[in-house]
Structures are given as structure tokens and as C-alpha cells.
Design a protein around this ligand. Structure first.
Ligand code: HEC
Length: 179
């Protein structure tokens, strides 16, 4: 009888311990800072991962693509995509960005960046993908892509790039889309 009692007691203690331990375990769904554990400074907005199914720029009209972009830049689009690509060398964009899925630990890929920009603009409530790309170049710390930190991309492009440079770069980036 005594033996049975202590056996029962042991089981109860074990179950109690189980309840206590599971109550103390951290809830993996709870987000403490941001999903990528980056503390954002004032004025920075976290860009969440691209949703599935992936949005495509091919379904948008020119007006929808260019919505919200400053008129002086819109007036120069379409620019020269080839010149835009050439500019990525002296301005060192390609030192960080690549057009495939290698090296994505340095900076977000430019593989199908036009399609990516459609999703980012939607998530951020921006007028269109061109405006997202434009802002990402001249004010890189306005939107921080999931998995990356601010203050990596140079903040000097708004001074270094002319309106024509920006229009050509945007024309190049907007051409990087899924077939
Ligand atoms: C020193 C590295 C570095 C250089 C040089 C650089 N970038 Fe970036 N870029 C980043 C990083 C890191 C991010 C992601 C963090 C953020 O959103 O600011 C980024 C983000 C971007 C984005 C947004 C990408 C996305 O997936 O939403 C665009 C567009 C972009 N860069 C364009 C450019 C262009 C154009 C140039 C050259 C004129 C350039 N970058 C030069 C590091 C760089």
C-alpha cells in the first residue's frame, strides 16, 4: 500500500514538473525585436520576407510601375538599360549585389529584382515598384530588407548619381524580371 502511494506520488510530481517546464519554455512564435533580430532606428521600416505566390511586374502597366516616382525621373524613363548596367561598376553596386543567388549574405540579390520590388512596394504601401527601387538607392536606410542591416549600403548615391544615371539604373533594374 505504502509502495503504491509513493509510486502515485512520483507520477504526480513528474507530471507537475512537466507542466512547470513547458510553461517556462520560450514561445517560438513570440517576436522580441524583429524577425531578424535587428533593432531598427527611427525612420527605418522593416521589410518582411517576400510573400508567396510571388508578385510579378509583368502584370502591371507603365503607369502602375512608375506611380509615385518624381516627375523629373519619370520624364527620363525608359532610359538606357545598358548604360544603367555599366554604371553599376564604377558605383560599385556589383561589389555587393549580384544577379544570381550567390553572395546573398552581403546584399539582396538583383535576380528578378523588378518582381521583388512589386512585392516590397505592396507590403510597404508604396505607390509602385519604381518608387521603391528609387528610394532604396537614394535613401538606403529608409527600408531595411529582412535579413540585412542598415548602414551597409552607401548613402551617397543621391549626390553621386545624376537624374539620368538614376533613370538608366532604374530602367536596368526594372528589366530584371522573370520571363
Ligand atoms: C556596400 C554594399 C552595397 C553597395 C555598394 C550597394 N548596395 Fe544596395 N544594398 C545593400 C544592402 C546591405 C541592402 C539591404 C539593406 C537595405 O535595405 O538597405 C541593399 C539594398 C538595395 C536595394 C533594395 C533591394 C531589395 O531586395 O529590396 C536596391 C534596389 C539597391 N540596394 C540598389 C543598389 C544600387 C543601384 C547600388 C549602386 C548604385 C547599390 N545598391 C550599392 C548593399 C549595397
Amino acid at each position: 500500500m505504502v509502495r503504491r502511494k509513493s509510486y502515485l506520488l512520483a507520477i504526480i510530481c513528474f507530471l507537475l514538473a512537466l507542466v512547470v517546464v513547458s510553461a517556462c519554455a520560450p514561445n517560438p512564435r513570440l517576436q522580441l525585436i524583429s524577425p531578424n533580430m535587428v533593432v531598427l532606428a527611427e525612420g527605418e521600416t522593416f521589410v518582411p520576407p517576400t510573400p508567396t505566390p510571388r508578385p510579378r511586374i509583368a502584370g502591371l502597366s507603365d503607369e502602375e510601375i512608375l506611380a509615385g516616382l518624381p516627375q523629373n525621373i519619370v520624364a527620363l524613363i525608359p532610359g538606357d538599360a545598358e548604360r544603367g548596367l555599366d554604371l553599376t561598376v564604377p558605383h560599385n553596386c556589383i561589389g555587393c549585389h549580384v544577379t544570381d543567388n550567390s553572395l546573398v549574405d552581403v546584399a539582396p540579390t538583383w535576380l528578378e529584382i523588378a518582381d521583388t520590388a512589386v512585392g516590397r512596394a505592396e507590403q510597404l504601401g508604396l505607390a509602385g515598384p519604381a518608387l521603391y527601387l528609387y528610394t532604396s538607392i537614394i535613401n538606403p536606410n529608409d527600408y531595411i530588407v529582412d535579413g540585412y542591416t542598415s548602414d551597409v549600403m552607401p548613402e551617397t548615391y543621391s549626390e553621386d548619381l545624376s537624374e539620368q544615371d538614376l533613370a538608366d539604373l532604374l530602367t536596368y533594374l526594372l528589366s530584371q524580371r522573370a520571363e
